[in-house]
Design a protein around this ligand. Structure first.
Ligand SMILES: *Cc1c(COP(=O)(O)O)cnc(C)c1O
Length: 411
C-alpha cells in the first residue's frame, strides 16, 4: 500500500482494520474471469467480512452473496446484492429465518437435513409459496486443511450423505411446495490442493447426472468456497486451475456454476494496524505488547495460525538489528497473541505494527471480551481512505444493558 499509515492512524486511531478495495476488485475479476465462457456466479461468503461497504463493493461488480443467517441475508440486501443472487446456507435455520428468506424471494435455501426440508416445506405451504432449494451434499472427502475448518467428511456436522440427498431430491420433486433447483457442497476452508476439489466435484456431478436421468433438473451447481490464500509460504490454487477442474468434472451438465469464496476475496486485502505499548523481557524472552488483542483478531489464538507481522519502520531505524519476539495483546489470557518468535527491530512506545492477511475472519470474529470496543474499519480505494465502520465506544457496548428496565435492582 502506498498509503501513509502514520497519517491514517492519526485520523482513525488504533487498532485499525484496513482493506484495500482495489485488491478485492482484482481478486474478484480474476476469479470471475476464470469462469469465462461458462454460466457462473461468484457468491461471496458474507461471513468472511460482512461490512456493508465490502459487500456493496463486491455486489457492484456483480457478485452474489452466500449467507449463513437471516442477518447476513439482510446485510446482503442492504448492500445491494440482487435477491436472485442470494443463497441461504447453514445447518440450523430457525423457522422465522426460513419464513423471511422465502418472503424475500432469494435465489435458494441450501438445505442440510431431511428434517430441515420438512420444515421448509411446511413453512412454504403456510405462505402459499414454492421454496427454491438446493441440498448440501457431504461427499466424504478429506480437504487436507485444519480440522476446525474441514467440513466435507461424514464426521463433520455439515450436509447429507449422497443416498439421503437423492431421497430428498425425489421427495422435493414430488412436493407442491419445494422446487429443487440446486446442488451444493463445501468441503472446507483454506484449501491448497486441487485433488480433493476435483474428487468432490466428480462425486457430486455424478449425482447430478443420476438426478437428471430421473427428470430432476438441477440448474445451479455450487462448489462452495474454500480457496486458500497465502499467509506464510503456502502454495495456493490458481483460479484458472480451479475453474478448469470444475469444468472438467461437470462436463456435459447444463448448469450455472456457483462458487462461494470468502477468504480468497478478503484475507490478503486486509490489515490490522496496531500500536506498540511496551516491550518487556521475561526470563530473557522478548515480548512486544500491542494495543490490539485476541478480541480484534482471534485467528492466531483459535487456530494457532501464522500471520505476517511487520514493523512500520522509521528510516533512522532501518539499520537496527531485528530479534525474535512474541507479539501479544493486553487481554488476560496466555492465548492472547498474534505471533511467536517474530523477527522485529527494537520498538518504542507508539511505533506501529501491521498484521497482514487479516481481511477475512478478522473483524467478523471480533468480540467485546475485556470490555474492549471493536476496532474501526477503513477502506482504501485508489489512494483515498474511507471510514466504513466507526470505532465502537464504551456507550455502544453498554447500550443494550441500559435498555433493559433493570427491575431486579428494585427488589
Ligand atoms: C464458510 C463458507 C464459505 C466460505 O469459505 P472460505 O474458506 O472463506 O472461502 C463458503 N460456503 C459455505 C457454505 C461456508 O460455510
Amino acid at each position: 500500500m502506498t498509503i501513509d499509515l502514520n497519517t491514517l492512524v492519526q485520523k482513525y486511531d488504533t487498532p485499525l482494520y484496513l482493506y484495500n478495495f482495489d485488491d478485492v476488485a482484482k481478486r474478484y475479476r480474476e476469479l470471475k474471469g476464470a469462469f469465462e465462457g461458462h454460466k457462473s456466479l461468484i457468491s461471496y461468503a458474507v461471513k468472511a467480512n460482512s461490512n456493508l461497504a465490502v459487500v456493496r463493493h463486491l455486489a457492484q461488480m456483480g457478485a452474489g452473496a452466500d449467507c449463513v443467517s437471516i442477518g447476513e441475508v439482510r446485510r446482503a440486501l442492504a448492500a445491494g446484492v440482487e435477491r436472485y443472487k442470494i443463497i441461504f446456507s447453514g445447518v440450523g435455520k430457525r423457522d422465522d429465518e426460513i419464513k423471511e428468506a422465502l418472503e424475500k424471494e432469494i435465489l435458494m435455501l441450501n438445505l442440510e437435513s431431511e428434517a430441515e426440508m420438512k420444515r421448509v416445506e411446511q413453512i412454504a405451504r403456510e405462505l402459499g409459496k414454492e421454496a427454491r432449494i438446493s441440498i448440501r451434499v457431504n461427499p466424504n472427502i478429506d480437504p487436507k486443511t485444519h480440522p476446525y475448518i474441514s467440513t466435507g467428511l461424514h464426521e463433520n456436522k455439515f450436509g447429507v450423505e449422497i443416498n439421503i440427498a437423492k431421497r430428498m431430491y425425489i421427495y422435493a420433486k414430488k412436493s407442491e411446495y419445494l422446487n429443487p433447483i440446486g446442488i451444493h457442497f463445501h468441503i472446507g476452508s483454506q484449501l491448497t490442493e486441487l485433488d480433493p476439489i476435483k474428487e468432490a466435484t466428480g462425486i457430486v456431478a455424478d449425482l447430478v447426472r443420476s438426478l437428471v436421468a430421473i427428470d430432476i433438473d438441477i440448474k445451479f451447481f455450487d462448489v462452495g468456497g474454500g480457496l486458500g490464500v497465502v499467509y506464510k509460504d503456502e502454495t495456493t490454487i490458481h483460479p484458472q486451475s480451479y475453474a478448469d477442474v470444475i469444468f472438467e468434472a461437470t462436463k456435459g451438465l447444463d448448469v450455472t456454476l456457483i462458487c462461494e469464496p470468502g477468504r480468497y476475496m478478503l484475507a490478503n486485502a486486509g490489515y490490522l494496524v496496531t500500536r506498540v505499548l511496551y516491550e518487556k523481557k521475561n526470563a530473557g524472552k522478548r515480548f512486544v505488547i500491542v494495543d490490539a488483542a485476541m478480541n480484534d483478531l482471534i485467528r492466531p489464538s483459535l487456530y494457532d495460525v501464522y500471520h505476517k507481522i511487520e514493523a512500520v519502520k522509521k528510516s533512522e531505524e532501518n539499520s537496527k538489528e531485528s530479534t525474535p519476539a512474541d507479539v501479544v495483546g493486553p487481554i488476560c489470557e496466555s492465548g492472547d497473541f498474534f505471533g511467536k518468535n517474530i523477527d522485529l527491530p527494537p520498538l518504542m512506545h507508539d511505533d506501529l505494527l501491521v498484521i497482514h492477511s487479516a481481511g477475512a475472519y478478522g473483524f467478523t470474529m471480533s468480540s467485546n471480551y475485556n470490555t474492549r470496543g471493536r476496532a474501526a474499519e477503513v477502506a482504501i480505494s485508489e489512494g483515498e481512505d474511507y471510514c466504513i465502520r466507526k470505532r465502537e465506544s464504551f456507550e455502544d457496548q453498554i447500550a443494550l444493558e441500559l435498555a433493559c428496565d433493570n427491575s431486579w435492582q428494585k427488589k
